[in-house]
Design a binder for this molecule. Structure first.
Ligand SMILES: [Fe+2]
Ligand SMILES: [Fe+2]
Length: 204
C-alpha cells in the first residue's frame, strides 16, 4: 500500500519489505497531460474545420492559406503524438468545449456572409484567428509547463508548433490588411441591394 515519506513522495514496499519510490504523476504533471489531450482534440477538430473554411473562401489567396495551415495542423498532431510518446502515454484527445465553440462560430459566419464576397473572406480571417489565438494560448502555456517540469524535449516540440501558430496568425493579419478588408469595405451594400433598401439603410 502506498504511504507517504518525509518528502510527501508516495512510496511502496517491495517483496523484501523495503520502501521504494512509486513513479506517480504530480498534480502539475496530470494537468499538463490533460492540456495535451485538450489541444490534441482541438487540432483534430480544426483539421476538419479548415477544410470547410477553405471551401467557403472567395479568394485563392485565403484558400491557399487555409490549405497550408491544414498541412501544418497535420504536423502539429504528429508532434503532439511524439510528446505523448515521450511521456509514455497513448495519444488521445479530450473534448475541448472552447474549440468546439470557436468552430461553431466559424460555421455561423459562413452561413451569415454571402458566398463569393470579400466580406466572407474578411469574416473567415477573423474566425480563423480566433482559433489561432486559442492554440497560441494553449501551446504558450504548455511550453512553460514543460520547462517547469523539466521536460526539455517536449518543450522544444511544443515551442516549434507555437511559433508556427504565431506565424499563421500574422500571415492572416497581413492578408486582411493588405487588401481583403479594403476590398470588403468597397463592396458596400453588395450587388443585390435594391435602391429601396438603400433608402432605408441607416445614415451614418
Ligand atoms: Fe495547430
Ligand atoms: Fe493553428
Amino acid at each position: 500500500m502506498a504511504t507517504k515519506n518525509k518528502n510527501d513522495k508516495p512510496t511502496d514496499k517491495n517483496a523484501d519489505g523495503e520502501e521504494r519510490q512509486v513513479k506517480q504523476e504530480s498534480l502539475l504533471e496530470k494537468f499538463f497531460h490533460d492540456q495535451l489531450k485538450d489541444i490534441y482534440y482541438a487540432e483534430q477538430q480544426l483539421l476538419k474545420a479548415l477544410e470547410e473554411m477553405k471551401n467557403a473562401s472567395t479568394t485563392e489567396e485565403l484558400e491557399d492559406a487555409f490549405d497550408n495551415h491544414r498541412t501544418q495542423t497535420e504536423r502539429h498532431l504528429k508532434r503532439l503524438e511524439k510528446v505523448f510518446r515521450l511521456l509514455g502515454k497513448p495519444a488521445e484527445g479530450k473534448k475541448c468545449e472552447a474549440m468546439d465553440g470557436i468552430i461553431k462560430e466559424g460555421q455561423s459566419i459562413i452561413k451569415e456572409t454571402k458566398e463569393g464576397t470579400m466580406t466572407r473572406d474578411a469574416a473567415l480571417i477573423i474566425a480563423a484567428q480566433k482559433a489561432e489565438h486559442y492554440e497560441i494560448a494553449t501551446y504558450g502555456g504548455l511550453v512553460q509547463l514543460a520547462i517547469t517540469l523539466g521536460k526539455r524535449q517536449a518543450a522544444g516540440l511544443l515551442d516549434k508548433t507555437l511559433q508556427e501558430e504565431e506565424e499563421t496568425d500574422s500571415l492572416l493579419t497581413d492578408i486582411a490588411e493588405q487588401h481583403i478588408n479594403i476590398e470588403a469595405e468597397e463592396e458596400g451594400y453588395g450587388a443585390d441591394v435594391s435602391t429601396k433598401n438603400l433608402a432605408q439603410a441607416p445614415a451614418y
